[in-house]
Design a protein around this ligand. Structure first.
Ligand SMILES: NC(=O)c1ccc[n+]([C@@H]2O[C@H](COP(=O)([O-])OP(=O)(O)OC[C@H]3O[C@@H](n4cnc5c(N)ncnc54)[C@H](OP(=O)(O)O)[C@@H]3O)[C@@H](O)[C@H]2O)c1
Length: 248
């Protein structure tokens, strides 16, 4: 019996690295997909030091939609079917810029939604019906309600939320599982331009711990940290006459 294979799409992400470090201790094999070769090699070496059986970089632009199916075929041919897939790549983008640059908005939607959805279809298509597979998708609380400051990113994350819900429904009762992760503010390179003070800010390690616990418990959706669930429940329910005045 071969060791479990974990494919991380966006392996240079700070959140993905924190999660992978935890999984490495279980001695799994990794395929680490991303677009920065040197960084991927550093991440791979670190994971092997921490107990991974192997860690192989896969260099590619993960939003290159036309390359997704052949990349999945390559992974299957070289490593066999994965037991776990982590979709961690994404870009935040500058909302005011994206609103005025249709090509940039399309690129952002391709990264955060279209490609992320298609990777999942491609992996599921190549899977044997009896093969256990856990897909962990990093969405965002930004997908819970459209807001003026980030609705292009938020719409992509909302789209992936519905997509994962639908897959979970379609594969209910099978060994294919889906976990949608909804972080709030996390201190990572993605949020480098933000002022990071206050109790709402979290860390990649905290998010990784919550992901690990959600997978262990069989959760389908995890807000991380937990307090984002009640916060977003309130935001979603705010009446329009209140919501429209908020500068969020
Ligand atoms: N940080 C937050 O506050 C926060 C909150 C909610 C949700 N999230 C989500 O959490 C996930 C991980 O983000 P993070 O916070 O860990 O930020 P991060 O460290 O900046 O990671 C984002 C990763 O996405 C990769 N990436 C982006 N476009 C790519 C592409 N076309 N091809 C390959 N790789 C690509 C980046 O690669 P490069 O290094 O090559 O640029 C980077 O490794 C994302 O889905 C993000 O939307 C983050």
């Amino acid at each position: 019996m071969s060791t479990d294979l974990v494919v991380i799409l966006g392996a240079t992400s700070a959140i993905a690295q924190a999660y992978a470090r935890r999984r490495a201790a279980a001695g799994v094999r990794f395929v680490l997909a991303g677009r920065r070769e040197e960084r991927l090699k550093v991440v791979a070496a670190d994971l092997v030091t921490r107990g991974a059986a192997s860690a192989e970089p896969l260099l590619m632009d993960l939003s290159a939609i036309g390359a997704i199916e052949s990349a999945v075929e390559t992974i299957h041919a070289r490593f066999g079917p994965p037991q776990e897939i982590v979709l961690a790549y994404g870009i935040l983008g500058e909302q005011t810029v994206l609103e005025r640059d249709v090509a940039a908005a399309q690129a952002a939607l391709d990264v955060n939604f279209t490609s992320a959805a298609l990777w999942q279809l491609a992996f599921l298509k190549g899977r044997e019906a009896t093969q256990p597979l856990t897909t962990i998708v990093i969405g965002s609380v930004a997908g819970d309600r459209g807001r003026r400051t980030n609705f292009i990113y938020g719409a992509a994350k909302a789209g992936i939320d519905i997509f994962v819900q639908g897959l979970a429904h379609a594969y209910a009762g099978t060994p294919a599982r889906f976990v949608l992760v909804k972080p709030g503010f996390v201190d990572t390179p993605m949020t480098a331009g933000f002022v990071k003070s206050g109790p709402l800010w979290s860390t990649p390690d905290r998010v990784a711990t919550d992901i690990e616990r959600a997978v262990r418990r069989g959760a389908r959706v995890v807000y991380t940290p937990w307090f984002w669930r009640p916060i977003m429940a309130v935001i979603r329910r705010l009446p329009w006459f209140v919501f429209r005045r908020l500068k969020i």
